[in-house]
Design a protein around this ligand. Structure first.
Ligand SMILES: Cc1cc2nc3c(=O)[nH]c(=O)nc-3n(C[C@H](O)[C@H](O)[C@H](O)COP(=O)(O)OP(=O)(O)OC[C@H]3O[C@@H](n4cnc5c(N)ncnc54)[C@H](O)[C@@H]3O)c2cc1C
Ligand SMILES: *[C@@H]1O[C@H](CO)[C@@H](O)[C@H](O)[C@H]1NC(C)=O
Ligand SMILES: *[C@@H]1O[C@H](CO)[C@@H](O)[C@H](O)[C@H]1NC(C)=O
Ligand SMILES: *[C@@H]1O[C@H](CO)[C@@H](O)[C@H](O)[C@H]1NC(C)=O
Ligand SMILES: *[C@@H]1O[C@H](CO)[C@@H](O)[C@H](O)[C@H]1NC(C)=O
Ligand SMILES: *[C@@H]1O[C@H](CO)[C@@H](O)[C@H](O)[C@H]1NC(C)=O
Ligand SMILES: *[C@@H]1O[C@H](CO)[C@@H](O)[C@H](O)[C@H]1NC(C)=O
Ligand SMILES: *[C@@H]1O[C@H](CO)[C@@H](O)[C@H](O)[C@H]1NC(C)=O
Length: 627
C-alpha cells in the first residue's frame, strides 16, 4: 500500500476547479445546455461510472459530466426484485448484440447482454451479491509483483466501502440456518446488500446435502474470501424491497449542481491533444455517427466506464488499440496498445439438467407456478408488507468449490495447462505482449487448479426440485471484442472463442461429473429421487461430454471482462495500477473491462469495489493537488 500511495502522490499536481454556478439542472436533456468543459467527463452512467461520479462530486466543487447512452427508466422490470430477472427479459434496457458465430459451437451465435440504461448492467442484473476468493484478487496484483495493492487485503476496504450489508431478520436466519459475518462488510454505502424475509426450505436442505461429500465446507460468509458452501445477499434496498443499484446508490437524490448527467447520448470518440485526452465527442444515441457531433472538453480527465463491450470500442475508435486493426479500419493510431479488445472473458454456464423428483418440501419454488393456493398466499404476503416468496430474487445460497474438491484429475489437468503451447489458442495475429499476458494468466490458473483457495465450480441453489445454473468460474479460453473494420461505428464484433482452449471442455466435464455425483451418488440426497435429464447417464466419456457441451454450453453468464485489462504493458495491459491508459495522459478506464482474470464470482460487487478504489486514488489526487 505504501509504495502505491507514493506513486499516487508523485503523479499529482492537477488543481481543483473553482466552484461553478449553482443553477444547473442535474439532468441535462439537451446537448445545448452543457457547460463548455468539466473537470471530469465520465463516459457511461453504469455501475462503475455512477459510483465514481458520486465520489468525485461529494466535495460540492469538482464538476463531473456523465454521458450515458440509455435513459433514466423507472420500469418495474428494473425495480422489482421478484424472480430477479426482470431486467434480463426487457430488451428495451439492453444493447442488441449477438456474438459472432462460435466455431466450437457449430457456428451457434449467442446473446451478449449488457445494460443500456442509467445504472448500466446493475439495473438489469440478477442481484446476486457475490465476492470471489482472496486468491482471485491476489492473482491480479501478482502480475505487477508481490507488493501490488490490487490484492485481497488491498481491496477489502473498498468492498466495505462499496456495499452496505443489512443482515437477514432473526426468524429467517434461524429457520433457514443462514450464516453471515458482518466483519467482512461495510455499512456506509447507499448500495445495499440485504435479504428477503423468506427462504425455501430446499435451499437449506440441498446446501446441507453437499456436506456429505468429501472436502466440502460451509463457510461463515460469502465475503470471507474462501470457497465453499455459502449464503449470499441480494442487491436490494431492504426498506422498500426494490433493487439497489448504481442509480439508487450513486445518483438519485444527490441533486448536486456539480454532478450532471446527459442521457440518450453516445460517445464515439476521445479527443486528444497529442496523447493527452482533452475531451470527447458524442452524438444522439440513435442518431447517425456523422451528424450533430457535439464536443465537450475536460480540465482534468476523461474516464471511460462504458463496460467491457463498449469501452474497448471507444478506445479503438479514438486510435488507441492494436495497430493492424486500426489500419484496417482506416483510423489513425494515437497510441498503439495491442491489448485493447483482447483477453475477453466471461463465465461459461449450463442450465439445470438435474432434478430431485421426490424432494417433498413444502413449499418449493416450483409451487409458485403450479400451486394456486401457494401463489395466492405469496401475493398476499407481498401486498401486505413486501414479505414472502415474491421478495426473493434468484435465491441466496450456492456451492463455490475448488477444483481439487470436485475433480480427481485436478493435478493432471493443471500439468496439461502448464505444458501447453498457449499461443496456439489465441488468434493467429495476436501481439506477442498479449500472448505473454495469456501465458502469465495460464501459469497462475495452473496453480489455482490444484489449490483449495480458488472456486472453479458453482452450482446456484434453486429452492426447488430442479437444480440451478452450473457455472465454470475460470474459463481458460480468451476471446476478442473488436470494431468491425468495415463498419467501425456499428456494434463491435464480440467473439467469445468459447472452448478454444481444449482444457475448458475437460473442466466443464468434471463440473458435470461432480454434479452427477452430488445428485445421484450422494447418501445425503438418496431419498430425493434424483433424476438426470441431461446429458443423461449414458454419457460417460470425455468425448461424449464434449459433444454435449457443443450443443448446450452458454459462453456467457453476462459477466464480460478483460478487454481493457489492468496488466503490465509488456503483458498486453491497457491500464496501469491506477487504471490510467498506457501512453496517454488524462485518460482512465474504470469498469469491469479492467479485470485481467475473471474472479470466481458474479462481477457486480467487484466492479463497485474497483470504482471505489479508483475514486479513493482520485480523491487523494484532488487533496494533494497544488492550486
Ligand atoms: C443480465 C445480467 C445479469 C447479471 N447478473 C449479475 C448478478 O446477479 N450479480 C452480479 O454480481 N453481476 C451480475 N451481472 C454482471 C454485472 O452487472 C456487471 O459486471 C457490472 O454491472 C458491469 O459494470 P460496468 O460498470 O463495467 O458496466 P455497465 O454497468 O454495463 O455500464 C456501462 C454503461 O455505459 C453505457 N454506454 C455504453 N456505451 C456507451 C457510449 N458509447 N456512450 C455512452 N454510454 C455508453 C451503457 O449504456 C451502460 O450504462 C449481470 C449482468 C447482466 C447483463
Ligand atoms: C462455420 O462457419 C465457417 C465459416 O463460415 C465454415 O467454414 C464452417 O464450415 C462452419 N461450420 C459448421 C459446423 O457449420
Ligand atoms: C515488497 O516490499 C518489501 C517491504 O517493503 C520489500 O522488501 C520488497 O523488496 C518488495 N518486493 C517487491 C517485489 O517489490
Ligand atoms: C457500522 O460498522 C462499524 C464498524 O464495523 C460499527 O462500529 C458500527 O456499529 C456499525 N453501525 C451499524 C449501524 O451497524
Ligand atoms: C483440497 O481438498 C481435497 C479434498 O479434501 C484434498 O484431497 C486435497 O488434498 C486438498 N488440496 C490442497 C492443495 O489442499
Ligand atoms: C441536428 O440537431 C438539430 C437541433 O437539435 C435538429 O433540428 C436536426 O434535425 C438534427 N439533424 C440531424 C441530421 O440529426
Ligand atoms: C399448495 O400449497 C399449499 C400452501 O403452501 C400447501 O398447503 C399444499 O399442500 C400445496 N399443494 C400441493 C398439491 O402441493
Ligand atoms: C407480514 O404479512 C404476513 C402475512 O400477512 C403476516 O403474517 C406477518 O405477520 C406480517 N409481518 C409484519 C411485520 O407485519
Amino acid at each position: 500500500m505504501q509504495r502505491f500511495l507514493l506513486g499516487v502522490l508523485a503523479v499529482s499536481g492537477l488543481c481543483l476547479a473553482s466552484p461553478r454556478k449553482a443553477d444547473a439542472a442535474t439532468v441535462v436533456t439537451r446537448a445545448a445546455n452543457l457547460d463548455e468543459s468539466y473537470d471530469y467527463v465520465i463516459v457511461g452512467g453504469g455501475t462503475a461510472g455512477l459510483t465514481v461520479a458520486d465520489r468525485l462530486t461529494a466535495d460540492g466543487k469538482t464538476t463531473v459530466l456523465v454521458i450515458e447512452f440509455g435513459q433514466l427508466s423507472n420500469s418495474a422490470s428494473i425495480t422489482s426484485v421478484r424472480g430477479g430477472i426482470g431486467g434480463m427479459t426487457d430488451s428495451s434496457l439492453q444493447f442488441s448484440i449477438t456474438s459472432v458465430p462460435q466455431i466450437n459451437l457449430r457456428n451457434r451465435s449467442t446473446p451478449v447482454m449488457v445494460g443500456k440504461v442509467v445504472g448500466g448492467s446493475s439495473a438489469i442484473n440478477a442481484m446476486m451479491t457475490i465476492r470471489g476468493t482472496a486468491e482471485d484478487y491476489d492473482r491480479w496484483g501478482g502480475f505487477f509483483g508481490a507488493n501490488s495493492s490490487w490484492s485481497w487485503n488491498g481491496l477489502l476496504p473498498y468492498f466495505r466501502r462499496a456495499v452496505n450489508f443489512v443482515p437477514p431478520n432473526a426468524d429467517v436466519t434461524k429457520s433457514a440456518k443462514i450464516s453471515y459475518d458482518t466483519s467482512f462488510w461495510g455499512n456506509t454505502s447507499s448500495v445495499f446488500a440485504a435479504w428477503p424475509s423468506f427462504q425455501y426450505p430446499a435451499s437449506t436442505v440441498l446446501l446441507e446435502a453437499f456436506r456429505g461429500l468429501p472436502g466440502v465446507e460451509l463457510v461463515s460468509d460469502s465475503g470471507g474470501g474462501k470457497p465453499g458452501l455459502y449464503w449470499y445477499p441480494t442487491f436490494m434496498d431492504p426498506k422498500v424491497v426494490t433493487r439497489s443499484y448504481a442509480r439508487t446508490g450513486h445518483y438519485d437524490g444527490l441533486n448536486r449542481p456539480n454532478y450532471q448527467l446527459l442521457t440518450g447520448s453516445k460517445v464515439n470518440k476521445i479527443l486528444f491533444d497529442g496523447t493527452t485526452a482533452v475531451g470527447v465527442t458524442f452524438v444522439a444515441a440513435n442518431g447517425r455517427s456523422d451528424t450533430n457531433v457535439t464536443t465537450v472538453k475536460v480540465k482534468k480527465e476523461v474516464i471511460i466506464a462504458a463496460g467491457a463491450i463498449h469501452s474497448p470500442q471507444i478506445l479503438q475508435l479514438s486510435g488507441v488499440g492494436p495497430k493492424k486493426l486500426l489500419d484496417a479500419a482506416k483510423i489513425g493510431t494515437v497510441v498503439e496498445l495491442p491489448g485493447v479488445g483482447q483477453n475477453f472473458q466471461d463465465h461459461t454456464t449450463l442450465s439445470a439438467s438435474f432434478s430431485f423428483r421426490t424432494l417433498n418440501l413444502d413449499p418449493s419454488s416450483d409451487d409458485l407456478y403450479s400451486n394456486v393456493t401457494f401463489a395466492n398466499w405469496a401475493s398476499s404476503m407481498w401486498s401486505a408488507n413486501k414479505t414472502g416468496p415474491y421478495s426473493v430474487a434468484t435465491g441466496n445460497s450456492g456451492a463455490f468449490l475448488s477444483f481439487p474438491v470436485i475433480s480427481p484429475r485436478a493435478a493432471e489437468i493443471s500439468s496439461a495447462l502448464t505444458s501447453q503451447n498457449h499461443a496456439q489458442y489465441l488468434p493467429a495475429d495476436t501481439h506477442p505482449t498479449v500472448v505473454a499476458g495469456y501465458v502469465a494468466q495460464m501459469k497462475s490458473l495452473a496453480s489455482a487448479l490444484v489449490s483449495n483457495g480458488t472456486a472453479f465450480y458453482n452450482l446456484v441453489m434453486s429452492g426447488g426440485a430442479s437444480s440451478g445454473m452450473l457455472v465454470d468460474m475460470h474459463p481458460l479460453s480468451r476471446g476478442t471484442v473488436n470494431i468491425d473494420p468495415a463498419n467501425p461505428n456499428r456494434e463491435p464484433l464480440v467473439d467469445y472463442r468459447v472452448l478454444t482452449n481444449p482444457l475448458d471442455s475437460l473442466i466443464m466435464t468434471d463440473i458435470l461429473r461432480y454434479t452427477r455425483k452430488y445428485h445421484l451418488d450422494n447418501p445425503a440426497t438418496k431419498s430425493f429421487g434424483a433424476t438426470e435429464f441431461a446429458p443423461g447417464r449414458s454419457v460417460t466419456t470425455d468425448q461424449q461430454f464434449a459433444d454435449y457441451l457443443v450443443e448446450s454450453i452458454n459462453p456467457s453468464y453476462y459477466h464480460p471482462v478483460g478487454t481493457c485489462s489492468m496488466l503490465p504493458r509488456e503483458l498486453g495491459g491497457v491500464v496501469d495500477e491506477q487504471l490510467k491508459v498506457y501512453g496517454t495522459q488524462g485518460l482512465r478506464v474504470v469498469d469491469a473491462s479492467v479485470i485481467s482474470t475473471i474472479p470466481g464470482a458474479n462481477t457486480c460487487q467487484t466492479t463497485y469495489a474497483i470504482a471505489e478504489k479508483v475514486s479513493a486514488i482520485l480523491e487523494m489526487l484532488m487533496k494533494t493537488g497544488r492550486c
